[in-house]
Design a protein around this ligand. Structure first.
Ligand code: A2R
Length: 307
């Protein structure tokens, strides 16, 4: 099997390259000119805003499956750069779908954020739940997913739509909560900042899955998922940010206190997001296996080595 990962220069890309390579795939991966790919694979420079370049690359590589990861993936940045977010996540995704050959499967990666302001008692959220996105990033992912369904139903394209919930692990940007806490702890341990972690809203509950489990889900969806279907990918068990914070503080080598930083509070926040993951379990046998504790401790170790 030949796989093409578009947008592999980011956080998930490296893990997905490793997962697919370990399972015998020939892996081709794209990155922006400003990025590098350090994994063993065939790498290509690609900007998804250049549609002709996507078609040219696909004609050259002739992949059996394409994973579309390229995105402006930060909720926080989407408030500051709404046009850029819409361009990359919607128009860029259309460019990918326009270039998709009939005999090639596309895994279109969306987000659990798409459900947004969910009604009371909606959790665990099924894929059939109404989408009520609460930020620009989420809206852009809803649009891309809806357009994916149109390419499937109208042009019979082989597209699987994924709604991935929070995923974390070593190497993630510090704009994501687990990485943020772990980086602060590593800096405190090195004496680079006072022993106080700054946090945002601690009561929000989110569903955290290790990135290594997430890429295993993507591989299995590529192999066993049903064309045209939308799948939630997550653990299916939300925990509060406070729970994550306490877990991270317990791993610290020095005593640490915490306080709320108003700059880390989001313009709008949703109290709980927790998926129903029975569809992916039924069709592929996948469920999350790596405990959150392991994700936090690996992320902290990674920051300790970097700082
Ligand atoms: O924004 P950058 O410089 O970090 O580059 C990101 C890249 N990217 C693009 N690639 C090709 N053409 C573009 N016009 C373009 N704009 C941005 O996509 C980055 O290297 C990659 C996405 O990786 P991350 O931002 O690290 O996201 P992550 O965590 O790997 O998530 C993968 C997918 C995304 O669609 C998320 O929205 C979703 O999973 O959760």
């Amino acid at each position: 099997m030949k796989a093409l990962i578009i947008g592999a220069g980011g956080f998930v890309g490296g893990y997905l390259i490793r997962e697919l390579s370990n399972y015998g795939y020939e892996v081709h991966a794209t990155h922006l000119p400003s990025e590098n790919i350090n994994e063993n694979c065939f790498s290509h420079v690609l900007d998804i805003m250049r549609k002709d370049d996507i078609s040219e690359l696909i004609n050259k590589v002739k992949p059996d499956i394409i994973y579309h990861l390229a995105a402006q993936s930060s909720v926080a940045l989407s408030w500051k750069k709404p046009q850029l977010t819409a361009e990359i996540n919607i128009i860029g995704s259309i460019n990918v779908m326009e270039s998709l050959p009939d005999n090639t499967r596309l895994i279109l990666v969306g987000s659990g954020e798409e459900y947004g302001f969910i009604r009371e008692n909606a959790c665990p959220i099924k894929e059939t739940e109404n989408l009520n996105p609460a930020n620009i990033y989420a809206v852009s992912k809803v649009c891309a997913g809806m357009i994916g369904r149109i390419y499937h139903s109208t042009y019979n394209k082989d597209i699987i739509i994924v709604r991935a919930f929070n995923h974390s692990g070593a190497g993630q940007a510090e704009t994501f909560v687990i990485s943020d806490f772990c980086k602060q702890i590593a800096e405190i341990e090195k004496g680079l900042r006072p022993p106080e972690i700054l946090t945002g809203n601690l009561s929000a509950k989110r569903d955290f899955t290790d990135v290594r489990d997430i890429v295993r889900a993507y591989r299995l969806l590529g192999e066993k998922g049903i064309s045209g279907k939308t799948y939630n990918v997550g653990r299916g068990q939300a925990v509060s940010i406070e729970y994550i914070l306490n877990m991270a503080i317990e791993l610290s080598e020095v005593p640490i206190v915490h306080s709320i930083d108003p700059n880390r509070l989001r313009a709008s926040d949703i109290p709980i997001i927790e998926p129903d993951v029975s569809e992916i379990l039924r069709d592929t046998g996948w469920k999350a296996e790596i405990p959150v504790e392991k994700t936090v401790s690996d992320t902290l170790d990674c920051w300790r080595k970097k700082i």
